[in-house]
Design a protein around this ligand. Structure first.
Ligand code: ZN
Length: 454
């Protein structure tokens, strides 16, 4: 990936209050509450014009890094609805639950695992001290029905996690591609969780987008591939952020580990809310393919072409998502700094240039000089074929720079009177606010080198 010199963040850079990110997201068209005109739906969000560009870039960069750049990794795109037995085999029907209690007095609802122990023991509401009702269990799978005729309708679920499709398609991929173990299957896709109490903003959503790598190995090579992908994923996130010291591994303790897992790690990012999980690196052993073999009656073992050994492959899983990456990158990038040249503070999103929703803005110095305007529009039209470009001639040049800083646009190209003489333009860089003069002919290559991954 292109190395770009971002302004070095330091340990004492203050954390940004989440409210500022939320306000920016709404104001500039990154994130909107879903169905807002009807009062909204908790835990569900829409993404605006800049939000969708940012998400597309995040997805493409993950896909490029994981699938395109690895000869032994392929991708699939599975359906959101699967056979209901999938969720019995996966354990979600049984275990994907929240245990909740309501207070008889103040009617507030709590997750039992979030209550202080003494409240559970004394059956006492932490809010008002009132008596708590009997706990009830809620399954988080979102139910849906296939078919229209009552009695013939099949109850199933919107997938509770995207990765199940990869296990379901494992045998088809082996038979239809030339993949041999060790190899991996990647997928990006929506998943659903019927949270009873969704969190604020994008922290705990009911509809979200996950990405997974399931990497299939011979048991004897499990440790080496686990270490390989653990390191790879950490470096991937580190390459995208400014505050490198806010990223770390957290090892799962013995009580958190699934019975089949030898080890597991979370890559975590520190925000004003403390350390938050960003991606999980999981040791899944032969659990998933064994379960699906058992529940489907189909043998999902693998035969080594050379040794003829037959075995259930073991799996290294790396599991993160678009939403969390989107949120963490915004938190990481948001900065307010005093304007060194003026009076106003400047808000700037220091997004990595390859991820930024808009790559370049083309600005005529004045909008009432026709030659400046036509030249600028001409440059914009040419750049637009190569990258997301915006043309802007509204307000003075300083205001236009600020608007672009706030949405993270890494470069602004200004067409001025010198342009008309020598066909050069000013390229202003977002973070350092440095300016260089470049000929119009060299501009596309100059920008492409800096705003695309390669
Ligand atoms: Zn209460």
């Amino acid at each position: 990936m292109t190395q770009v010199e971002n302004k070095q963040a330091t340990n004492d850079t203050p954390f940004v209050p989440i409210e500022k990110i939320v306000a920016l997201c709404k104001r500039r068209g990154f994130v909107y509450p879903n169905s807002e005109i009807y009062g909204g739906v908790a835990g569900i969000y829409d993404f605006g014009p800049l939000g969708v560009e940012l998400r597309n870039n995040i997805r493409r960069f993950w896909w490029w890094s994981m699938v395109q750049m690895h000869d032994n990794v392929v991708g699939i795109e599975g359906a959101i609805i699967t056979h209901p037995r999938v969720w019995e085999a996966s354990g979600h029907v049984e275990n994907f639950v929240d245990r909740l209690v309501d207070c008889k007095n103040c009617k507030r609802r709590f997750r039992i695992d979030h209550l202080p122990e003494e409240n559970v023991i004394q059956n006492k509401c932490p809010n008002c001290g009132g008596e708590l009702m009997e706990p009830r269990t809620f399954n988080l799978l979102m139910e849906t029905y296939l078919g229209v005729v009552e009695g013939e309708r099949m109850k199933t679920y919107l997938r509770g996690e995207a990765s199940q499709n990869i296990y379901l398609d494992f045998d088809n991929v082996v038979k239809s591609s030339r993949m041999q173990i060790p190899f991996g299957i990647c997928q990006i896709g929506k998943a659903f969780r019927n949270e009873v109490n969704p969190g604020n903003f994008l922290f705990r959503q009911r509809e979200f987008e996950q990405w997974d790598l399931q990497f299939f190995v011979h048991p004897s090579e499990m440790q080496q591939w686990f270490d390989f992908w653990k390191e790879k994923r950490f470096e991937w996130y580190k390459g995208l952020i400014n505050h490198k010291e806010r990223l770390h591994f957290r090892a799962h303790g013995p009580d958190e580990l699934a019975h089949y897992a030898k080890q597991a790690y979370d890559i975590e990012y520190k925000t004003i809310l403390g350390w938050q999980e960003w991606e999980g690196i999981h040791w899944r052993q032969d659990w998933d393919l064994s379960r699906h073999s058992e529940y489907s009656g189909q043998d999902l073992s693998y035969v080594d072409q050379n040794t003829k050994e037959r075995y259930i492959p073991w799996i290294v899983e790396t599991s993160g998502g678009v939403d969390r990456t989107f949120l963490n990158l915004l938190i990481d990038a948001y900065e307010e700094e005093p304007d060194p040249t003026g009076k106003e503070a400047r808000t700037v999103l220091r997004l990595h240039p390859t991820i930024a929703p808009v790559k370049v803005a083309v600005l005529p110095l004045q909008k009432n000089k026709e030659e400046l305007v036509t030249t600028a529009k001409d440059i914009h039209k040419k750049l637009q074929r190569l990258m997301v470009s915006q043309y802007d001639d509204v307000a003075n040049i300083g205001r236009r720079y600020r608007r672009q800083d706030e949405i993270g646009t890494p470069y602004c190209v200004t067409v001025d009177f010198q342009t008309l003489d020598d066909r050069t333009v000013t390229v202003r860089e977002r973070d350092q606010m440095t300016q260089v003069r470049i000929s119009i002919d060299e501009l596309p290559l100059y920008l492409l080198e800096r705003v695309t991954w390669h």
